[in-house]
Write a protein that binds this ligand. Structure first.
Ligand code: ADP
Ligand code: MG
Length: 680
């Protein structure tokens, strides 16, 4: 490796003092300091600092819970290794970024937004004093758009690199370029601004044993192993495959609760956390009085950070905590007190659907996890003592699982990334990636951008494409917002897009109460379909919010089986989108009142690729692919026949269903010229 430029001579080591450590500590932070010192990583603190100091790039491998994510940034700060710049710690998931920032801020005895901050899509808490910034990989890639050398950062820690998300891969590629430009002083003729920048340190952190690949990618970077603490975990498999993982998880939970000694339970689910939460709550109420109480702690992005923080609070006496989480609890967050793990064997995975199977975009699919995930999940039970893992799948199913997950870049839509790269004046083909996506995926991304008018025939970015990149939205939805300017309905389109962009569903789905839910929501139903139905809900909620107190609002949502968190999150998202609109001189107040066509047409500009035309047999034929789709039973259009539809997504079960559907006149597509025909 090249000689490091982070050394005492630069005045960096031991030079910078962390201001917050000088203030006197509260008793609570004294306890936290003791906890910090007892972490497995603490013993190797100095050795780690020395290694990181010596190398521009380090690959750090350590068992989950050893202290990598919370401690390394603090070590860098305390030792002065970070110079005067900011330390970025990237996370694939929003919830991890916010919770980790909360935790580390508490360890420093300050509030989030001071020394320690976070930045995730639609939410940011950073200030002028922020030196450690937990952020999603998506946010740092977005920052590249305005600062292609990431000049505010002195260290970038790419955490959870083993997950190989699309953004992480793009970041790792860009970091290579940035380090080349910032750290080599010799070939900088003509790059005077870069010349004055601090060098950049890169740390790649992973929880699984795949360090070699990262090291090779970064010219044989130094690999450091950190040992964790792991107790034995007894693993059980089911005798038969399970049909309904939710139901099965619930029954397993109550078996543990009635038969086994105290210890918290962690359930891994692909989705529908809220539905299972409701079901467990209902049953827990029926338990005999002498049983331990059940405290349910769901963990997901749409929940306020303060709610998510509750999983870390000590379990009250005579209580068993039941934590419901997605992949987030696999390696990103270690929750203390867990003795039992219930593993449904499923996760949600983004997958790019080709034209043959779907139509050239991502769908979120519930899929089987990999062996590597199954092992991580089981491991969560053995952090503090012997643990138990109940797998809701057979041993045979386990043996047939894939070893580890394929990198997202090989299975996800590249549209959004390509748009961002285009704005940077870069291209997917030229980027030095760990794994290259195949040509079909790249061509399809170009096509999508072209259909959205973001690039021209020569693959050059258009002014519209630049505008689209300003929105922290899927390009399709960004296109819809921009189209709404012309149609004079930005207010309505923002209402709808904000709901579609939030991290949880608007309509709660509780299996026992499906009919009651449909009945209660009847009054929102709009004859044109689901987009306007969403708008009706948003408007009704807005009216209630004007006149009613918080409790009444909550009650109203419960009665209509609506997820209030989605509505609240959407309010926040809309605020942010309004700010972007202002910057782009789009008046976000323009409204078309009750005229539905402009709204649907605006959205259709974004969803041109997600369109289908009716066939004689009543099914719909995709405009961009050959397959037939049906309207999802949950749609307000499901028992209607209309000449053409647009939809938010396709769902694959035994059939292909379109979900989030609106009816549109076929003539709309004629106005788009021959675009669709050329595609089909
Ligand atoms: P790693 O990154 O190596 O998996 P972390 O740095 O995330 O480890 O976690 C180190 C320890 O800090 C874990 O034992 C975990 O339980 C604890 N921890 C992390 N976040 C919190 C929190 N919000 N509240 C309480 N403990 C936490
Ligand atoms: Mg970690």
């Amino acid at each position: 490796p090249r000689p490091s430029r982070f050394n005492g001579q630069n005045g960096l080591v031991n030079g910078q003092q962390d201001g917050s450590s000088k203030t006197s500590l509260k008793p609570s932070s004294i306890a936290l300091q003791a906890q910090r010192k007892s972490l497995p990583i603490a013993k190797g603190r100095q050795a780690l600092i020395d290694e990181i100091n010596k190398h521009d790039i380090t690959v750090l491998l350590g068992e989950t819970g050893s202290g990598k994510t919370t401690q390394i940034p603090q070590y860098l700060l305390e030792s002065g290794l970070a110079g005067t710049g900011i330390i970025a710690v990237t996370q694939p998931r929003k919830v991890a970024a916010t919770s980790l920032a909360e935790r580390v801020a508490a360890e420093r005895g300050t509030l989030v937004g001071k020394l320690v901050g976070y930045s995730v899509r639609f939410d940011e808490r950073v200030g002028p004093d922020t030196r450690i910034k937990y952020m999603t990989d998506g946010m740092i890639v977005r920052e590249l758009l305005s600062d292609r050398l990431l000049s505010n950062y002195s260290v970038v820690i790419v955490d959870e690199a083993h997950e190989r998300t699309l953004r992480t891969d793009l970041l790792m590629a860009s970091l290579k370029r940035i380090q080349r430009e910032r750290n080599s002083p010799t070939d900088l003729k003509g790059k005077s601004s870069a010349n004055r920048l601090n060098p950049l340190k890169i740390i790649i952190m992973s929880a699984t044993l795949d360090a070699e690949k990262f090291s090779t990618f970064y010219e044989n970077a130094k690999i450091i192993y950190i040992k964790g603490r792991q107790h034995p975990v007894k693993i059980f498999h089911t005798a038969q495959g399970q049909q309904d993982y939710g139901d099965s998880a619930m029954r397993t939970f109550f078996q543990i609760h009635t038969d086994r000694p105290p210890g918290d339970v962690l359930i891994f689910l692909p989705e529908d956390i809220e539905s299972l939460q409701k079901s467990i709550q209902v049953f827990a109420k029926r338990l005999p009085q002498d049983k331990m109480e059940v405290l349910i702690c769901p963990m997901y992005a749409a929940q306020a950070p303060i709610e998510n923080a509750k999983v870390f609070h000590p379990t009250p006496p005579r209580t068993r905590k039941c934590i419901l989480a997605t992949n987030i609890a696999e390696t990103s967050l270690t929750i203390p007190g867990v003795k039992y793990v219930i593993d449904t064997g499923k996760c949600k995975e983004k997958r790019y659907l080709t034209r043959d199977t779907g139509g050239g975009f991502d769908a979120l699919l519930t899929t089987d996890i990999t062996k590597s995930s199954a092992m991580q999940r089981a491991g969560r039970a053995g952090r503090e003592g012997t643990g138990f893992c109940f797998r809701l799948y057979t041993e045979e199913a386990y043996s047939k699982m894939e070893l580890s997950t394929q990198p997202e870049i090989l299975r996800c839509s590249l549209v959004s990334s390509l748009l961002q790269l285009k704005c940077l004046g870069e291209d997917l083909d030229e980027l030095e990636l760990m794994d290259k996506p195949d040509d079909i995926a790249i061509i399809s991304a170009y096509k999508s951008l072209w259909l959205l008018d973001a690039i021209n025939k020569n693959k050059e970015i258009t002014p519209l494409g630049h505008e689209m990149a300003h929105f922290p939205l899927e390009p399709a939805y960004a296109r819809a917002v921009i189209a709404s300017k012309e149609y004079g309905c930005t207010s309505e389109v923002l209402d709808i897009i904000s709901i579609l962009s939030s991290s949880s569903k608007l309509f709660l789905d509780i299996s026992e109460q499906r009919e009651a839910a449909a009945e209660a929501r009847l009054k929102f139903k709009h004859s044109s379909g689901d987009h306007l139905t969403i708008l009706n809900v948003v408007r009704a909620y807005h009216d209630i919010s004007q006149s009613e107190a918080k409790a009444a609002r909550k009650d109203w949502c419960r009665k209509h089986f609506l997820n209030e968190r989605t509505l609240l999150e959407a309010n926040n998202i809309r605020e942010q989108l309004r700010r972007v609109c202002s910057r782009l001189h789009i008046d976000y107040n323009t409204t078309c009142r009750d005229d539905e066509q402009p709204i649907i047409r605006s959205i259709a500009h974004g969803l041109v690729q997600n369109s289908a035309f009716i066939q004689p047999d009543g099914s719909y034929k995709q405009s961009m692919a050959q397959s037939l789709v049906k309207i999802h039973p949950s749609s307000s259009l499901c028992d209607k026949k209309v000449e053409a539809i647009i939809y938010d997504e396709l769902i694959y079960t035994n059939q292909i269903y379109a979900r989030g559907v609106s009816s549109i006149h076929k003539s709309f597509f004629a106005t788009l010229g021959t675009l669709i025909q050329r595609q089909a």
